[in-house]
Each structure stands twice: as structure tokens, then as C-alpha cells.
Design a protein around this ligand. Structure first.
Ligand code: SF4
Ligand code: SF4
Length: 97
């Protein structure tokens, strides 16, 4: 399962190997942002609210089965307020690798 959040604060990609999830629910207990939920139908945890993720990586570190991989997604290296005010042009936009 791949879940992406392309929110304004953090842009994050979750790669969750649900077949390896043992159901311990450590990720759900650990996440202070309540990103994780339990899927009753398929019997695994999943990031239901990825927009709330602050990239602390606690869930990834606490999962003993290495189910969770979290990566930041490339984001623009500009101040959105400055860009929207018209002080920057398309040529000023630089993307991170
Ligand atoms: S910590 Fe890992 S194994 Fe435990 S419920 Fe979460 S994803 Fe599944
Ligand atoms: S990285 Fe942190 S905020 Fe994001 S889902 Fe995991 S525990 Fe929650």
C-alpha cells in the first residue's frame, strides 16, 4: 500500500507492507498526530490521515516488523507567500532531488 500526502506543511509518502503487519498496533499508539488507524476488514494498520503527519518517524522506528517506510516527497524551495505576491517567477523555482 502506498499513501501520499501532498499537504502544504509536509509532503510525505508512506509505503506500508501490509502483508507483514502483525497487528501489534504500536504505530497507532505511538503517533501523536493520530495518523494511523486499524483496518478491521483487512486486519492491518494504515495511515488514514496522512495530511496530519509531521515526519517524526516514530511509527517507522517502533514497528518491529519493518512494515513502514516513510519518505519526504520533493517540495518547492520557495516561500509560497513571496511567490504568490509576484516577487518570484517560474525561473526561480528549484526542486529538491
Ligand atoms: S507497528 Fe507495524 S506491525 Fe504493528 S500494527 Fe503498526 S504496521 Fe502493523
Ligand atoms: S512519522 Fe510521526 S507523525 Fe507521521 S505517521 Fe509516523 S508517528 Fe505519525
Amino acid at each position: 500500500m502506498i499513501v501520499e500526502n501532498k499537504g502544504q506543511q509536509q509532503s510525505v509518502r508512506f509505503i506500508v507492507d501490509t502483508d507483514r503487519c502483525c497487528g501489534c498496533r504500536r504505530c497507532i499508539r505511538r503517533c501523536m498526530e493520530n495518523v494511523w488507524q486499524w483496518d478491521e476488514e483487512h486486519h492491518h494498520a494504515y495511515p488514514k490521515y496522512p495530511d496530519e503527519c509531521v515526519l517524526c518517524l516514530q511509527c517507522e522506528m517502533d514497528c518491529l516488523n519493518n512494515v513502514i517506510d516513510i519518505y519526504p516527497i520533493a517540495t518547492l524551495q520557495i516561500d509560497p507567500l513571496e511567490f504568490s505576491a509576484g516577487h518570484l517567477t517560474e525561473a526561480d523555482i528549484v526542486r529538491r532531488d
